[in-house]
Ligand binder design. Structure first.
Ligand SMILES: Cc1ncc(COP(=O)(O)O)c(C=O)c1O
Length: 392
């Protein structure tokens, strides 16, 4: 059981607003803020290089923390400035040729999809979209039928940015493993919200961000690359940290996932990320997942009975992102109206998930994303607020 009073005390802003925007950027716990402040103070006192030296063990332990979160090994982790760069490093390291196929899902995130388009344009590779089943989840049988020797990558988003869908990441992994096809998983909205076990999932590469359900600082993210895959991946860009310059005409790539990093980093943010991961692990991902779902289900239950409000989530067991539209109101208007009432929520534009949005003719949707530190009362407050919107 999560001690709600304690986690809310660790998150002072929860006393001032109902913060339900965790799919955008969650509120950081005090431990995260303090870890960053401490390091910045140290940098201002003794200089950035000495500060990094002094904090070297703590900085090193961030790899261990992220590895524990994912059930991976520390040498399979690269710390990055966001999820997009993490994903790009893996994706652009893969070789594609004319006729190769990239399989993805309907809810793929825009940043990933435009990269597919660029590589398709450059190489002649094809992008094939695996259809969804009746529930809206990636159709695993359809994926299996689409596999042939030309498929060089399966790359999907586990939990999309625009709703509660949770794609069957482990079932996809089973197929990828059996067929020996590289599998890149965007776990940006999953980490910190639900259990993420790269062994159980069977992905070769996984990208995620720090600031969303993980409650870390902005400008942090990480990449996991399975050890067996590492040696096959030459990063698309390197520096002398990723690949030390060992003789005039030669560099040698690092053996570990840090071959995807560069020399200069925001160490305060890294320590904040580490503190966020430790904080989540300390609470327990199991209880976090359970409470996130309970709160999201409560919200869906309430929304279902409001006339003119339509829930837009897909999948058999949607997670903590609750997407909906309100008849007569633009999504942005719902968001600003809620903000005026002390309730922070967000919106998701069709251009973030264009394929899914086009298939379902989605307008911009309102996105409310509770976390474990929210209360039932806050959920009910949002429901009551939406009920009171004048029908238009
Ligand atoms: C599903 C998904 N993937 C990737 C990203 C990109 O993450 P970042 O902004 O850290 O690069 C987002 C951000 O909203 C996302 O929702």
């Amino acid at each position: 059981m999560i001690n709600i009073e304690r986690v809310r005390a660790d998150t002072p802003a929860t006393s001032r607003q109902a913060y339900l925007h965790n799919a955008g950027a969650a509120l950081m716990p005090v431990a995260v803020v303090e870890a960053m402040k401490h390091h910045i103070d140290l940098e201002s006192e003794i200089g950035g290089y000495a500060a990094a030296d002094r904090e070297a063990p703590q900085l090193e332990s961030v790899y261990g923390s992220v590895a524990r979160l994912l059930n991976a090994a520390p040498d399979e982790i690269a710390l990055m400035e966001n999820a997009t760069v993490a994903w790009q490093m893996a994706f652009y390291a893969l070789p594609f040729r004319q006729g190769d196929r990239i399989l993805t899902a309907e809810a793929e995130y825009a940043a990933n999809y435009v990269a597919f388009l660029q590589v398709a344009k450059r190489t002649g590779a094809a992008i094939d979209i695996v259809p969804s089943d009746a529930s809206g989840e990636l159709d695993v049988d359809a994926l299996e039928r689409m596999i042939d020797e030309r498929v060089k990558l399966i790359a999907i988003t586990w939990v999309p940015t625009n709703g509660g869908l949770v794609n069957p990441a482990a079932a996809v992994g089973k197929i990828a493993r059996a067929q020996g096809i590289p599998y890149l998983l965007d776990a940006c909205q999953a980490v910190g919200q639900m259990a993420v076990d790269v062994e159980a999932i069977g992905c070769d590469m996984l990208s995620a961000t720090g600031r969303k359900f993980l409650r870390g600082p902005r400008g942090t993210g990480f990449l996991y690359v399975r050890r067996a895959m590492l040696q096959q991946l030459e990063p698309p860009m390197i520096d002398h940290f990723a690949a030390p310059w060992v003789s005039r005409d030669a560099y040698r790539l690092r053996d570990d996932a840090r071959r995807f990093e560069t020399w200069e980093n925001n160490y305060a943010a890294r320590l904040g990320l580490g503190a966020a991961v430790d904080y989540a692990l300390d609470i327990g991902i199991g209880p976090i997942e359970q409470r996130c779902r309970m709160l999201a289900d409560r919200l869906r239950g309430g929304l279902a009975s409001i006339r003119g409000t339509r829930i837009r989530d897909l999948g058999r067991a949607p997670g903590a992102i609750v997407s909906f539209t309100v008849e007569g109101y633009e999504a942005d208007a719902v968001v600003s109206d809620a903000a005026a009432a002390g309730i922070t929520i967000g919106a998701s534009d069709p251009s973030s998930t264009r394929i899914d949005a086009e298939i379902r003719s989605l307008p911009p949707v309102v996105r409310a994303s509770p976390h474990y530190y929210n209360t039932e009362a806050e959920i009910d407050r949002l429901i009551a607020h939406l009920e009171a919107l004048t029908p238009r």
